[in-house]
Design a protein around this ligand. Structure first.
Ligand code: ZN
Length: 175
């Protein structure tokens, strides 16, 4: 507030003096790039890409990209017959499983994918039962097909990566 007042005062003085004030664009840091390896996601490779794309469309401070040859991925994705689950080691790093147990029960695969990526991006489970919440996970009805984070979830991820907040290792299970 004080800074804004000072800035306004400086601007006024400059304007009075006939000096053209150039407004600097706000400093925007480059997004943090996280590489993910879907090569072991079996039949879910496309849905893993879809989950990553959903986040890329929703946030600005972090980008999820397929890992390129010779680079160590931040995130690995596997598939098995258990519940989907995430093992996050720190903000932006870890691995997760696309679990057929949930897929076979009818849970929406893109929603599962985006949800598990959400854990890697620093969001905990919030079992609100609401389909509009991505991190409500399996507490929303099986029929829920919303795979997009809500505004609060997207904002939280942006702020976590803006300050590179420390996130301790966590394990999250779909159910
Ligand atoms: Zn979860």
């Amino acid at each position: 507030m004080l800074i804004r007042k000072i800035a306004a005062a400086v601007f006024a003085v400059l304007a009075l003096g006939g000096v053209q004030a150039v407004t600097a664009a706000p400093a925007t840091a480059a997004p943090r790039i996280l590489y993910y390896d879907a090569s072991q996601a079996q039949e879910f490779k496309a849905v893993v890409d879809q989950g990553a794309q959903i986040w890329n469309n929703s946030v600005t401070n972090v980008r999820l990209l397929p890992v390129t040859a010779g680079r160590t991925p931040n995130i690995r994705i596997y598939a098995d017959n258990g519940w989907p689950r995430t093992y996050s080691s720190s903000l932006g790093n870890g691995y997760w499983y696309m679990g057929r147990q949930a897929v076979n029960q009818g849970y929406n695969p893109p929603r599962i994918s985006a949800h598990e990526f959400g854990h890697i991006l620093g969001l905990p489970d919030r079992r609100t039962g609401l389909c509009a919440d991505l991190m409500s996970g399996s507490s929303a009805p099986v029929s829920c097909t919303n795979a997009n984070p809500n505004a609060t979830e997207a904002r939280t991820v942006n702020s976590r990566f803006a300050s590179a907040v420390a996130v301790p290792p966590q394990v999250y299970a779909w159910q």
